[in-house]
Design a protein around this ligand. Structure first.
Ligand SMILES: NC(=O)C1=CN([C@@H]2O[C@H](COP(=O)(O)OP(=O)(O)OC[C@H]3O[C@@H](n4cnc5c(N)ncnc54)[C@H](OP(=O)(O)O)[C@@H]3O)[C@@H](O)[C@H]2O)C=CC1
Ligand SMILES: O=C(O)CCC(=O)C(=O)O
Ligand SMILES: [Mg+2]
Length: 417
């Protein structure tokens, strides 16, 4: 395939996907990566160095990644003459099936819409998977951070996050307001002029494909519960429907039965025979539950915006978004990315924690079946933290820790593998 600006490495083959969605991973796969805006310039090269070291150590040259840079965001705009979101980036991610990205800037209140959201929508990466776990020694604002071991399944394609919005004062906003008032009999728009309007689509299909993944994950990983997090008391036909469709799917596809008369349900893990509880919690209560009783939660399935809030809040409990990894998944494409953003005030200073992107790469290696290399990344992370050689975000909360740079932390991880 001929690309305009993407340089395909001379060596390396594509990862391909079978009809049952399993992967064929060659020993020398080409992995596309987006460096990212802001601190992307700091963390992406460190991630690549650490992953290469883990792969080399695990397989002694038998396996190797050929990295292929692809472009979105500021770097794309420079290279593609103002195009922030080149079509060939999407083509490459689809063609190579597994990719990783740094953070991308989204302006607040105006300007272009989120490129991160656009990537998820264009590639239909409907699951945002964000595991939250504590590494021993990481400073935390809570007393028992080890109690927090929660895997978030965030719906990634719908909700108020889909970007259907009309600006206050625009012809479009007024048209929607007039339609709501005149044709739908709406009387509750408090100030019907100069009002911005947002639309919140939540579908049965979108909900159920996400909840299906969450329950299957709990089965595969032998976990005790799946919690549907929603604000369904207030937004009945979107967030409330998410809960109801979630329970319905658990019953229909996994044979879940009502627990003590419901609405909670329970099903037997077909592999381990253990019970899996399917439960639900209203989103505001959940934000206190994760602080007071994190051990009650294991897998969480939630809508797009709730998942965004919840993932940063949970990350804070185990040390912050500097080490919070994630993946955006469709059935055929996986795009790994950190939970945090571009942290512009630190850009180019070789200062921030590269842990979030490195742990996202660790998830990528497991997705590829390269578990030995993934294990070495965890070993390196544990070793660097336990040696108390950490970046500013941890160092400022620890006593007697040695402050290291972003690249320095990567090197410390490699030493510890
Ligand atoms: N998926 C993506 O690409 C995402 C993109 N964004 C975009 O990023 C931009 C900036 O967003 P903002 O709200 O400031 O959120 P950020 O996540 O970029 O940064 C918020 C704060 O989190 C801490 N932080 C973030 N990354 C790290 C790191 N690697 N190591 C240590 N600490 C870190 C810093 O805290 P402190 O100041 O305490 O040191 C930082 O000031 C926006 O344009 C936003 O839209 C946001 C989220 C996700
Ligand atoms: O797209 C963005 O700029 C922000 C996205 C975000 O915060 C997230 O996905 O966690
Ligand atoms: Mg976020």
């Amino acid at each position: 395939m001929g690309y305009k600006h993407i340089q395909v490495p001379a060596a390396g083959e594509r990862i391909t996907v079978n009809d049952d969605y399993s992967l064929n991973v060659p020993d020398n796969p080409v992995i596309p990566y987006i460096e990212g805006d802001g601190i992307g310039v700091d963390i992406s090269p460190v991630m690549i160095k650490v992953v290469d070291a883990a792969v080399e150590k695990a397989y002694a040259g038998r396996k190797k990644i050929s990295w292929m840079e692809i472009y979105t965001g500021e770097k794309a705009a420079e290279l593609y003459e103002g195009d922030w979101f080149p079509e060939e980036t999407l083509e490459a991610i689809k063609a190579y099936s597994v990719a990783i990205k740094g953070p991308l800037t989204t302006p607040v209140g105006g300007g272009f819409r989120s490129l991160n959201v656009a990537l998820r929508q264009e590639l239909d990466l409907y699951t945002c998977l964000r595991p939250v776990r504590w590494f021993e020694g990481v400073p935390s604002p809570v007393k028992k951070p080890g109690d927090c071991n929660i895997v978030i399944f965030r719906e990634n394609s719908e909700d108020i996050y889909a970007g259907i919005e009309y600006k206050a004062g625009s012809e479009e906003a007024q048209k929607v307001v007039d339609f709501l008032i005149n044709e739908m009999g709406v009387t509750k728009i408090r100030f019907p002029t100069q009002v911005g309007i947002g639309v919140k689509p939540v579908s049965q299909e979108g909900t159920q494909r996400l909840v299906r993944k969450a329950i299957q994950y709990a089965i595969d990983q032998d976990l005790p519960s799946v919690t549907l997090v929603h604000k369904g008391n207030i937004m009945k036909f979107t967030e409330g429907a998410f809960r109801d469709w979630g329970y319905q799917l658990a019953e229909k596809e996994f044979g879940a039965e009502l627990l003590d008369g419901g609405p909670w349900m329970t099903l037997k893990n077909p592999h381990s025979g253990k019970d899996i509880v399917i439960k639900d919690v209203i989103a505001d209560a959940m934000l206190q539950q994760i602080l007071t009783r994190p051990g009650d939660y294991s897998v969480v399935a939630t809508l797009n915006l709730n998942g965004d809030y919840l993932s940063d809040a949970l990350a804070a409990q185990v040390g912050g978004i500097g080490i919070a990894p994630g993946a955006n998944l469709s059935d055929t494409v996986a795009l790994f990315e950190a939970t945090h953003g571009t942290a512009p005030k630190y850009a180019g200073q070789d200062k921030v924690n590269p842990g979030s992107l490195i742990l996202s790469a660790e998830m990528m290696l497991r997705h590829m079946g390269w578990n030995e290399a993934a294990d070495l990344i965890i070993k390196g992370m544990n070793g660097a933290i336990q040696n108390r050689t950490v970046t500013y975000d941890f160092e400022r909360l620890m006593e007697d820790a040695e402050l290291v740079s972003c690249s320095g932390f990567g090197d410390k991880m490699i030493e510890q593998m």
